[in-house]
Design a protein around this ligand. Sequence first.
Ligand code: DQA
Length: 147
Amino acid sequence: RIVYVLNGPNLNLLGKRQPHIYGHETLADVEAECRRTAAELRLELEFRQSNAEYQLIDWIHEARERAGGIVINPAAFTHTSVAILDALNACEFPIIEVHISNVHRREPFRHHSYVSLVASGVIAGFGTQGYPLALQRLARLIDDSEK
Ligand code: DQA
């Protein structure tokens, strides 16, 4: 069971960028945590980050061919990208949306998500802990769909 964890723009700066909002953990720390959780759940993990919308779309297409589900933090593209929504809509497997910060407590433009239209569930405001939680939920949804 392969799962993709996809991260959008500026998340390469995690730990350095606005730590009062996003915390001090780096994306490498998040990846390590996801790898531990994926191993426990017997999931094979592809963990990726890009600042480019087309790259995220290409990876969603790749996941569509070979994965059982996606965890995605689309970052700013959450609020802007119909193209990422369309790519996710072409996938038949479960999708979990993650935000490190509580987007609902922030600027109004962060309150709307295109990706939520296709997500099985959304985690926001749990810090980087949201990622392993999302993987747990994804594993459950994949298990249930196999029954
Ligand atoms: C984010 C929230 C977005 O609004 C923002 O553009 C990000 C990160 C989060 O993880 O809290 O870059 O997705």
